[in-house]
Design a protein. Structure first.
Length: 265
């Protein structure tokens, strides 16, 4: 069995020097080929939509939405404001699944979303970006429907449980000689909770979940730049393609020479 020998830096440089001819020829050939192929590729057009996600966040906004009733003797019905919803998180959860000729660029700090579509013709590029926009809205529409459905059901459940607890407390207090102001406060609280339940029921009867979803979606996405039909294709950088391909081949070729020398050692 031959003894193992240590491979030094000089050994690696020597192996690289012995293989310089095929490394140089291969690097040049790959670079030229990549540049030629890049120049022969069909043109690619791109179109872009720019959106502001929840653009009202930067302004002074109320914490709730106000909805006016014609009945029930109340003026306002309060709902969470769209600015409080996790728009960026929803968009990011969809953006990781992008594909099909379009992609998303999200600037979280400013809440700017850019949807870019690509195609072999101006019409195809414009169609792809519109497809990406439509898919995003459908995704957000589903998230909003789940949110509002859970919101109404959750608030109703909490209110009904609270009313049961208050009524039980009033029953207990009626049997003892407690301060009557406590019973009055509990009755007032129960009345307000009952009014809120009536508001929830009336709101859902007057405005459907689909209508509320569309209203919220319109409040959360602001269109800054619609999809334009591109006038000219994207510029092809054949020289850049060639340089990248040549450098990549040279790097991996050198690593292969080093690996071969190490295994020999």
């Amino acid at each position: 069995m031959a003894p193992e020998t240590d491979v030094t830096l000089l050994d690696l440089l020597g192996a690289l020097r012995r293989s310089w001819r095929w490394l140089l020829i291969g690097t040049l050939a790959v670079g030229i080929l990549a540049g030629v192929v890049g120049s022969l590729l069909p043109p690619r057009y791109s179109s872009e939509i720019v959106l502001q996600i929840n653009g009202e966040v930067e302004r002074e906004i109320p914490p709730v939405l106000e909805y006016r009733f014609s009945g029930l003797g109340v003026d306002l019905f309060l709902l969470p404001h769209p600015a409080q919803l996790p728009w960026v998180s929803w968009v990011k959860s969809y953006a990781v699944q992008q594909g099909g000729g379009f992609r998303f660029v999200l600037e979280e700090e400013g809440g700017i979303l850019k949807i870019r579509g690509y195609g072999a013709t101006p019409e195809e590029a414009q169609g792809k970006v519109l497809e990406g926009y439509a898919r995003l809205k459908e995704r957000l529409r589903g998230k909003l429907q789940v949110f509002w459905d859970s919101y109404f059901k959750g608030e109703e459940m909490v209110l009904r449980q609270g009313l049961r607890d208050i009524r039980e407390a009033l029953r207990v207090l009626a049997q003892d000689d407690y301060d009557p102001t406590i019973r009055q406060r509990l009755r007032t609280t129960a009345s307000l909770m009952e009014l809120r339940l009536q508001q929830l029921k009336a709101y859902q009867e007057e405005q459907s979940l689909e209508a509320l979803t569309e209203e919220t979606l319109a409040s959360g996405l602001f269109l800054f730049q619609p999809a334009q039909k591109p006038e000219r294709p994207e510029e092809r950088h054949s020289l850049r393609y060639g340089l990248v391909a040549a450098l990549t081949f040279g790097l991996f070729g050198s690593l292969w020479v080093f690996s071969r020398e190490l295994f020999r050692g």
